[in-house]
Design a protein around this ligand. Structure first.
Ligand code: FES
Length: 146
């Protein structure tokens, strides 16, 4: 491939990636919450944090983000199904940038790596899955173990 073709195709790929990130972003409601308790390396998060009121209607979120002081990067908790939650550490395993969660992917703004809701690599350059945290639930809360 000649230099000019390479540059042209790289620009087209960058533009397509940027556009898809914008589209994904526009469909996602992010919720950062500080309404959680932490004791003995266990976070307690109410299941109610997955609900917001929009236009006088209750809406269930697919994920919630929180940031305990004890750790450097936030944690995103995805609700996969009733009483099944998955907690991922939002630090990219490629070179350590903070990931941005979307509906079904966490995207790295630095070099474009993508991870699914279980922290598994979907798109490189990252080769290692994300750090995850064990979770349990009861009727009211989700517990995340650091
Ligand atoms: S730091 Fe995330 S892809 Fe490079």
């Amino acid at each position: 491939m000649k230099r000019r073709e390479f540059i042209k195709s790289s620009c087209v790929n960058c533009a397509a990636s940027f556009t898809s990130i914008l589209l994904i972003n526009s469909c996602t409601t992010n919720k950062y919450t500080s309404n959680f308790l932490i004791a003995n390396n266990k976070i307690t998060l109410s299941k109610n944090e997955f609900f917001i009121v929009e236009n006088n209607k209750s809406k269930e979120l697919q994920f919630v983000i929180l940031k305990p002081k004890q750790i450097e990067f936030p944690i995103v908790i995805y609700k996969l199904e009733t009483n099944k939650y998955f907690a991922n550490y939002l630090q990219c395993t490629h070179q350590g940038c903070e990931l941005t969660p979307h509906n079904t992917l966490m995207v790295c703004p630095c070099h474009g790596a993508e991870f699914n809701t279980k922290g598994e690599v979907v798109t490189g350059p990252a080769e290692t899955n994300l750090k995850t945290f064990n979770t349990t639930v009861d009727d009211e809360n989700i517990y995340i173990y650091l």
